[in-house]
Design a protein around this ligand. Structure first.
Ligand code: SF4
Length: 299
């Protein structure tokens, strides 16, 4: 289902599976209305939405129109709510707050996908606005962020945001861009794993996004599959239970496996998702609590 343009000619809302955000452990199998916000403080040379990221041609989303759209969509089974994406939603935070209030009034959820613009302070000063967060990391060193034209401190802001959001009971998933097959890339991944295991919890989903930066970095290919698979395996060796190759569609490493008995509990190579093996978020084979948030209205 598509909607008339709400505001931006570049960021037309559309309905998507929540797995495409990607969120893999939150309201699995549901759909969401994706609302894109223009502008981005970063300058990734591999940006896949440069018009949106550079656009200043925008007017705020209309809360009343959004409420009407959510009401229509909410009549369909398995509609979770909205996802603010971009670009960078934090650049238009007042509009996010105003519209998200309407979404909550309709009994639906609000997810924000941020590239580091949303801060812990912003979250604290707008309590109840966000139910779930996807925090996208472009790397895990200040040097990588510098090469992407980032303002100082974005990496640290993102780390603090994640820790604060978890403490506030917000559902959080992480994403890391993987643009090169290099030892430096491996080191950044290891540093991120160390942070996850020491300061977060091993059950947090971590999505690896393979980048093919043909028009950006001075290399012509993205990371090769064995390199990506090795990263996932090294996460598992360190007992980080849920590392996914989220934009390698159809790959086995999109499936959710129980970190205790290694059963595939959610097979993402099939649509619609079969969730019969994770009733109440529990592994159907060994009974391990997988920390999944399920939509109770989906049978
Ligand atoms: S953070 Fe995302 S939207 Fe912003 S420039 Fe980089 S790839 Fe583009």
């Amino acid at each position: 289902m598509r909607f008339d343009r709400f505001s931006s000619p570049l960021g037309q809302p559309y309905v998507s599976a929540i797995e495409e955000v990607p969120l893999y452990h939150y309201l699995l199998g549901d759909s969401v209305l994706v609302l894109q916000m223009p502008g981005c403080p970063l300058r990734c040379p591999y940006c896949d939405r440069p018009l949106l990221a550079r656009s200043q041609d925008w007017s705020p989303y209309d809360p009343a129109r959004l409420a009407a759209a959510v009401e229509i969509l909410g009549g369909e089974p398995g509609f979770a709510g909205v996802v603010w994406s971009g670009g960078e939603p934090s650049l238009h935070w007042d509009n996010v707050i105003e519209c998200s209030r309407k979404v909550h009034e309709a009994g639906k959820k609000v997810t924000v996908a941020t590239n580091g613009g949303v801060t812990a302070d912003l979250l604290r000063d707008s309590p109840g606005t966000v139910d779930a967060l996807l925090v996208r990391f472009k790397g895990f060193s200040d040097e990588t962020y510098r090469t992407l034209g980032s303002p100082a401190g974005v990496l640290e802001n993102s780390r603090v945001l994640v820790e604060s959001a978890i403490a506030a009971g917000i559902h959080v998933e992480l994403m890391l861009d993987i643009a090169r097959n290099t030892a430096a890339q491996e080191q950044e991944f290891s540093a991120m794993l160390a942070w996850v295991t020491q300061d977060l919890r091993r059950g947090i989903p971590l999505h690896l996004r393979a980048i093919a930066p043909e028009h950006g970095f001075a290399i012509h290919h993205g990371p090769v599959m064995p390199f990506l698979e090795n990263l996932v395996e090294s996460g598992r060796r360190q007992h980080v239970g849920f590392v996914y190759l989220s934009n390698c569609h159809g790959h086995f490493f999109n499936n959710t496996m129980c970190p205790n008995c290694y059963s595939v509990v959610v097979d993402r190579t099939a649509r619609p998702l079969d969730l019969s093996f994770v009733t109440d978020g529990i592994c159907g084979n060994c009974g391990t609590d997988l920390g999944l948030t399920l939509d109770k209205e989906i049978p």
